[in-house]
Design a protein around this ligand. Sequence first.
Ligand SMILES: NC(=O)c1ccc[n+]([C@@H]2O[C@H](COP(=O)([O-])OP(=O)(O)OC[C@H]3O[C@@H](n4cnc5c(N)ncnc54)[C@H](OP(=O)(O)O)[C@@H]3O)[C@@H](O)[C@H]2O)c1
Length: 173
Amino acid sequence: MKVTLYMATSLNGMIATETGDEEFLSHENWEMFCELAREVGNFIVGRKTYEAVKKWDGGYNFDDLIGVEKIVISQDRNFKLDGGYTLANSPQDALAKLSEKGFERALVTGGASINSSFAKTNLLDEIMLNLEPVFVGKGIPLFAPENFKVNIKLVSVKKSGRGIVTLKYEVLK
Ligand SMILES: NC(=O)c1ccc[n+]([C@@H]2O[C@H](COP(=O)([O-])OP(=O)(O)OC[C@H]3O[C@@H](n4cnc5c(N)ncnc54)[C@H](OP(=O)(O)O)[C@@H]3O)[C@@H](O)[C@H]2O)c1
């Protein structure tokens, strides 16, 4: 299974503000996520991201990604998800569930805690970061503070019309 971490961040590596909103990220960034999710056919998020996105309005909704396999990770084996979502209890379990469904690629897309859980267990193969042209002073960082090191090699740099820079890295294992 090739595992890609795909995240949108401020230039200083924040994925949301202190209160958890992502208003500083552009619509273009959301569209780029949806396009990749449809291409890969799945995505994996943490329980807190699932709950945060459920509260959004204005057309920003995971539910609209019909046909895309949606995995939510929680330690709570009885956590109730809406229809169309599958519960997993660890990063390994999430990948096993996608393997069972025939996927050879998985898209991990936050939040900070899930990203660190995958980094700590050395499960990431590729990292794609969409850097939005904004600095956010206080917020939730790309990785929750945990003890790990991920060595990476730059593969490509792309710039969008609006100035989003997409960095793609291979994880060196
Ligand atoms: N900018 C972006 O691209 C982007 C993308 C995604 C999310 N976000 C933002 O990120 C924020 C949420 O991040 P977060 O770090 O607070 O939460 P999170 O990573 O979305 O979810 C954390 C939860 O995931 C579960 N979890 C994490 N590691 C686990 C493991 N090893 N095994 C089992 N369960 C595990 C736990 O759920 P339980 O407590 O239920 O056990 C944990 O509380 C939101 O504000 C969201 O908007 C931004």
